[in-house]
Each structure stands twice: as C-alpha cells, then as structure tokens.
Design a protein around this ligand. Structure first.
Ligand code: GLU
Length: 488
C-alpha cells in the first residue's frame, strides 16, 4: 500500500437499528481502519425523509458503542470533512450536479411517471431489459422551456456513454467489467432536489477522501454506475471490495425471516459483545493461526482483506451460542454479575435497588452457573429457585424422582442433613456421603431427591453449593414440604 492514509466509512440509513448484516461490513471496515492506523468515518444516509429519524441515529451510536466499534468522524463528533448527514450536504451535491450538467455528463429529464411506466411495459412485452429511452437527452432549449411551462419538474439523469466498458479490480473478487450499453441513463437527483443513493454516496466518498470502500456484495451492481460518476468528474477512484453475503442456515440471504436480528436484540438475548464480534469476524474471514477464538487486539493485528473470501458465509446460531458460552466463562465474575443484573431484574427476581449483601449473593449464584450458561438470558430460568420463596416443581421430575421410597429416604436423612454445622458445602457433602454409605444406596438415589426437593428440577448447579447458598431455613422448608406430601 502507498503512504496514503486509509479512510473507510460506514454509511447506515437512520431508518432502524443495525442488523447483523450491516454489522458484518461495518466490522470489516472498522478492522481495516484500525489495522492500518486509518480513520473510520460514520455518516448518515438520511435522504429518506419519511423513515429517517434522529432517534435511530442514537440507537446506531449506542449499538456501535456496545460493540466497542468507535468512529473518528461522525455526525455526533464532527470532523474535518463534515457535515456527516446527507441532508446537511445538499449544497455540496448541488454543486457537483451543476458540474455534471455543465460538462454534458448529465441532463434534465421531464418524463412523467406514466411515460416511464409505458416504456417499461413495452420493454417487458418485448422481453428485454429496460433502459430509459433517453427521450430527454437532447432536448432543445425551447423544448425544455415548453415542458417547464407545463409545470413539469425535472429529474437529473446521467448520460451514460455508449459502447464502453466500466471495469474495476474488486479487492475481494478481482476484475469486474460491465458494458455501458447495459446501463440505463440513471437518475442522479430527484425532482425534489434530493440526490439518489448512487450519486450522494459517490460525492460523499469523494469529498471525504475515502480511500477504500468495503461493502456487501449486494452493492456490486451499483458500482459501475458509481464509477461512471467518478470518471465524469475526473476524480480518482477509491479501492472497492465486496464482501460475501451472510446467509441463514437455510442458505438464503440473511433476513428477518431466517433469523437476522438487530444488534440490540442480541444484547437483549444475553449475548456478550465480544462473542458477537468474534463470531461475526469469522464469517468470510479466517485468522492466520486457525484458532477460532480471537481477541479484538488480535483481530486488529491480523485483519487483512486478502483472507476475506468472496463466498457467502452461513450464520450458525448454535455456533454463536457456543462462542458466547466460552466468553461467559472467560469473563471475570464481577463484570458478569453486573451484566446479569438487568436480566434478573427484568424477570422480576431482583428489585431495582440491589444492596451490597444481595449483590454478593447474586455473585455467588452467577458463579455457580457460569460454567454452563450459554446466554445471560438463560440465567433467570436456571436460577429462579434461589430467588423465589415458593418454587415451581417440574411435574416429570417429581414423578420420576420423588417416589414414595425417595420421600421416605428424605425423611430419614432430613434431621441429619439439616442439622449440619456449620452450614457449608463441604460439610453438607460429607454428611450426605455418610448417609449414602449407611443406607447402602447409590449417591444418585440420595442426591437426586434432595435436588428435586430444593430446586424443583433434576438438573441444577452443584448440589451442596446450591444448598449452602439457599441457606438452612429454605432447605428445611422445601424438604419438609416434600416429606409431608405437599409436593405432588
Ligand atoms: N447505506 C448503504 C448501505 O448501508 C451504504 C452503501 C455503501 O456502502 O455504499 O448499504
């Protein structure tokens, strides 16, 4: 690479939260900037007046911050190439539109939607791809004035040259060539003065000195159009690469239907941002060392477009769960407890105010589950018996484990078990194992009824630590309820 400083960008429309699909290309851009000591620009494509909202902008910032993807220039922090919202840049587009008009690369088109629709239908009948007829391309001044007098407001179209080839070397896919004869005289500016995406994005990239455009393969077909604008302006072309789509497990492009979700939904579903990032970076990119777990610093150190594949990558939710479990185990307990609190609060297990003593207890509870948690959202249902006075019993567990014999065994064991001093897991375990030996039972035959009596289920965190944490009083109450036949 030459000495030119890398400048890349992410250009979302503030019309909704960020999808994981957007996150994928944003992450690659961010990594590319960070790995080259470059600049990551965030700007808003807010020309859809109906759907663009400042609130969505805020959501995008929040989600990017949660992921730790920081930006160096943007609408909220400014920068030397601002403004960073397209609607605040209309004057800039106007100036470039005028230049294209003056150099004969663009022209006003007065065709009405009905006229265009008729052209389109005709092409359809003939079975050919629709290209605008260029009816307005060579209007005389008088013809233009006549149309203006009729009250028609023109759009600005690009005059696509005939018989040429637009070519570029895609950073990921190699050379891509498109004959200009297949490109319609496309619209640059709508009749209301607002530029279309293909025009505004070029002017933004050009005036913000963007050096590399890394985006999804869905934009490949826009690229020749955009290159024509660069050429008409005699502007240097940034390097361009198209990353493969992210597919659902059904191998269709990821969408709402097959599991695409907003970044914020993953946070709400209990995924850690480091797990989501690690998972996303492996979609279409392979780290050098082959180890799937890769820290943010390693990603930055290693990221390289040459190992990005053009093939689509499949978003496998089971793998994300697995990675999330790994990152949950890696987290220090204090931060994991902090992250867990909102989940316990939302489930109504913990109040808004959490005092130091309760926090300490939650810390212990999280510790007991840390090994087997896949998402933080699993925590409430796995641990609710620690928080509730009255617990629910799984009917299948009661039927299978709390048999009459088991209840009798519990009755015999209860006084000794509940009298253990001090109330500690090691002491409880020693007492329970002594009972196993005396009764000549298997450990399971003794431990399982205790587990079901205390937790309502057959699977729980380690039994004696669970007992220690529940406390003598609660254990006594639950075991007595079973012995006395109150649990059926
Ligand atoms: N707003 C467009 C998108 O998010 C930007 C496309 C581009 O990167 O050129 O798809």
């Amino acid at each position: 690479m030459n000495n030119e400083k890398v400048r890349v960008r992410m250009a979302p429309s503030p019309t909704g939260p960020i999808h994981v699909g957007n996150l994928h290309t944003s992450l690659f851009n961010w990594l590319f900037a960070r790995s080259h000591g470059g600049t990551f620009v965030l700007r808003m494509e807010d020309t859809d007046r109906e759907r663009s909202r400042r609130e969505w902008e805020e959501v995008i910032y929040q989600e990017m911050r949660w992921l730790g993807l920081d930006w160096d220039e943007g609408p909220d922090i400014g920068g030397p190439f601002g403004p960073y919202r397209q609607m605040e840049r209309l004057g800039i587009y106007e100036e470039y539109a005028r230049r294209l008009l003056e150099t004969g690369h663009a022209y006003h088109c007065y065709c009405t939607p009905e006229e265009l629709e008729a052209e389109r239908r005709e092409a359809q009948l003939k079975g050919v791809a629709y290209l605008y007829s260029r009816r307005c391309r060579n209007l005389s001044e008088a013809e233009r004035r006549r149309r203006e007098a009729e009250g028609r407001r023109p759009v600005l179209r690009f005059a696509v040259p005939d018989g040429e080839t637009v070519a570029f070397d895609d950073l990921i896919r190699g050379r891509i060539e498109t004959p200009t004869d297949s490109i319609s005289d496309f619209i640059l500016v709508r009749s209301n003065g607002i530029p279309v995406y293909n025009f505004a994005v070029v002017i933004d990239d050009l005036t913000m000195n963007i050096t590399h455009i890394i985006r999804g393969e869905g934009h490949i077909s826009n690229t020749p159009t955009q290159i024509l604008i660069y050429q008409a302006l005699r502007a240097p072309l940034p390097k361009i690469g198209h990353v493969g789509h992210v597919l659902g497990t059904d191998r269709a492009k990821l969408s709402k239907r097959n599991g695409d979700a907003f970044v914020g939904e993953y946070r709400e579903r209990g995924y850690l941002s480091e797990a989501l990032l690690n998972f996303m970076v492996l979609l279409g990119w392979t780290p050098m060392h082959g180890n799937e777990f890769i820290t943010r610093e390693e990603m930055i150190g290693e990221f390289d477009l040459s190992r990005v594949t053009k093939a689509a990558a499949v978003f496998d939710p089971a793998k994300l769960d697995w990675m999330n479990g790994h990152y949950i185990r890696q987290r220090d307990l204090a931060s994991l407890t902090e992250l867990s609190l909102p989940f316990l609060q939302r489930a109504g297990l913990v109040g808004e105010e959490v005092g130091p003593e309760e926090r300490g207890r939650i810390h212990e509870i999280v510790h007991l589950e840390q090994e087997r948690l896949k998402t933080l959202a699993d925590l409430p249902k796995l641990t609710d018996f620690f928080f509730k006075e009255v617990i629910e019993y799984d009917p299948a567990a009661v039927k299978k484990v709390l048999t009459p014999e088991a209840r009798k065994l519990l009755g015999d064991a209860a006084p000794r078990l509940l009298g253990v001093e001090p109330w500690e897991s090691a002491r409880l375990e020693a007492e329970a194992r002594a009972l196993v030996a005396e009764k000549q039972q298997t450990p399971q035959a003794v431990f399982q009824p205790i587990r079901v009596a205390l937790t309502g289920r057959t699977v729980s965190p380690p039994l004696f630590e669970t007992m220690a944490l529940l406390g003598r009083e609660r254990c006594a109450k639950r075991i007595r309820a079973v012995i006395e036949g109150g649990v059926n």
